[in-house]
Structures are given as structure tokens and as C-alpha cells.
Design a protein around this ligand. Structure first.
Ligand code: 13P
Length: 253
């Protein structure tokens, strides 16, 4: 079975002290996870090391970076490399979040480089994709998202692509309270799995976890996650509230 994943994306929220308390409350509240379930916390860079310590090797719980640079090292003031993440034992990294694509002009080609660098260090990229509202209104969201995968993931071979987690996050649903319906999520996830199957074969496609992101809450997680091609969620706002995120974790298949 594919991994079922509840991933928190804290974005640029919480002080270190508040984040530590939140992380501890949630980790202490997680019941037994099955071997197919994972909980991931994408925390701000300065909290990575301490967060990794505080989860204390709890099975199936991981800390993720929210970004990395697309070059290995050098004169890039303020940036963080994949080698740096690897050197402190980080195993996941969010790549290509729509906020980074929009505010930091990250291109599909740069994101392909980030994916390659992550995989070269056995860091799992949580690769984000998703369409803006105007594309959805035009009804061309499938080809739009397919191109994002094509340009940043489809240079990989079948073995490598299976190591990527995909997060479909329609931009119009992020932080807006306007969740995609479970049917809309399922439709896109099924499309992405079909595209993966065409390119890499069905066995590979069946292996890749595809998370949904965009206004996931405790109250709607169960319905969204119950869709056959939805393998959990990447959660922003609701991941900052312990009771909400615990409810989301308990909604995993
Ligand atoms: P919200 O859950 O706040 O809509 O954010 C989703 C997101 O961007 C997760 O990466």
C-alpha cells in the first residue's frame, strides 16, 4: 500500500518556543501509526535540528524542510543547500510550493534541479503542484498540472520517481477556506496517477503517494482522504492547531 501521509507545513509561523510546544503536543497525541502511515512536520529552517531531536525517533514521524536551494553550494547568501539538510539528518523537503513559485519566481527547471539534489542525498522531495483559479475556470487544470510534473519530475527514471511524494495544492484553495470538493481532488489525483502510469507504468504510479493540500481541516479531512487516489494531505493553517492536526492525522486511511 502507498504511504498515507499527514504533512504539516508551518510556513513562516510560530516562534521557536511556540513551535516546540505545538510539536510536542501533537507528537504526544499521535496514537499508534500503522506502518503505512506517516506524519511529517515541515518547520522553519532554524527549528529543524531541535525539532528532529524532539520527535525522538518516534516511528513514522519525520521533520521536513520547507525549501532548499537548487545549487549545491556557493555564493547564495541566505540560502540553504540540500547538503546542509542532509548533514543534520533531514529526510524530507517541500519543493515547489506555490508560494515559492509565486513570490520567489521558482521555475519548473529549477524545481527539477532541487528534486535531483534531494534524491541524490536520499531526501524525499514533497513536490507541490497545482493550478491558479483562472486556469481552473478555463477548465484546463489537468494539462496545467501535468506540465508541472512533466517539467520537474518526468526526467527521472522509474526507480527515482517512486521516491517522490506529490502534493496537489490548487492555489485557489490555499488559505482561502475554499477546499476543493473531494470529487475535484479525486479527479485530479486520478489524472496525475494516470499520467504517471503512462510514463512509468502502473506499478510505479500505484506506488507514488499523492497528497491533497488546500484548506484541509479536521472536519473535512476524512472525506477528502477517503478518496481512492488521495493519500493524505499537506496542511497549512490547520496544522498550527494541535487539536485540528491530530484530527487530520486520525483521518488517514
Ligand atoms: P492551508 O491548509 O492553510 O490552505 O495551506 C495549504 C498549504 O499551502 C500547505 O502547503
Amino acid at each position: 500500500m502507498r504511504k498515507q501521509i499527514a504533512a504539516a507545513n508551518w510556513k513562516m509561523n510560530k516562534t521557536f518556543q511556540d513551535g516546540k510546544e505545538l510539536l510536542e503536543t501533537i507528537v504526544n497525541g499521535i496514537g499508534n501509526l500503522s506502518s503505512d502511515q506517516q506524519v511529517i512536520f515541515a518547520v522553519p529552517f532554524p527549528y529543524l535540528m531541535e525539532s528532529n531531536k524532539s520527535i525522538n525517533n518516534k516511528p513514522n514521524v519525520f521533520i521536513s524542510a520547507q525549501n532548499c536551494h537548487h545549487k549545491t553550494a556557493g555564493a547564495f547568501t541566505g540560502e540553504v543547500s540540500v547538503d546542509m539538510l542532509d548533514s543534520i539528518g533531514i529526510k524530507y523537503c517541500v519543493v515547489g510550493h506555490s508560494e515559492r513559485r509565486e513570490y520567489f519566481h521558482e521555475s519548473n527547471a529549477e524545481l527539477a534541479e532541487k528534486v535531483n539534489l534531494c534524491l541524490s542525498k536520499s531526501i524525499t522531495p514533497i513536490f507541490c503542484c497545482g493550478e491558479p483559479l483562472n486556469i481552473r475556470e478555463e477548465g484546463i487544470q489537468n494539462s496545467f498540472v501535468e506540465k508541472q510534473l512533466n517539467d520537474s519530475l518526468f526526467h527521472l527514471d522509474a526507480e527515482a520517481v517512486q521516491k517522490v511524494v506529490i502534493a496537489y495544492e490548487p492555489i485557489w484553495a490555499i488559505g482561502t477556506g475554499k477546499t476543493a470538493t473531494s470529487d475535484q481532488a479525486q479527479e485530479m489525483h486520478a489524472h496525475l496517477r494516470t499520467v504517471l502510469a503512462q510514463k512509468f507504468g502502473k506499478q510505479v504510479a500505484d506506488h507514488v503517494s499523492i497528497l491533497y493540500g488546500g484548506s484541509v481541516k479536521g472536519a473535512n479531512a476524512k472525506e477528502i482522504f477517503s478518496q481512492p487516489d488521495v493519500d493524505g494531505g499537506l496542511v497549512g493553517g490547520a496544522s498550527l492547531i494541535s487539536a485540528e492536526f491530530l484530527q487530520i492525522i486520525s483521518a488517514l486511511k
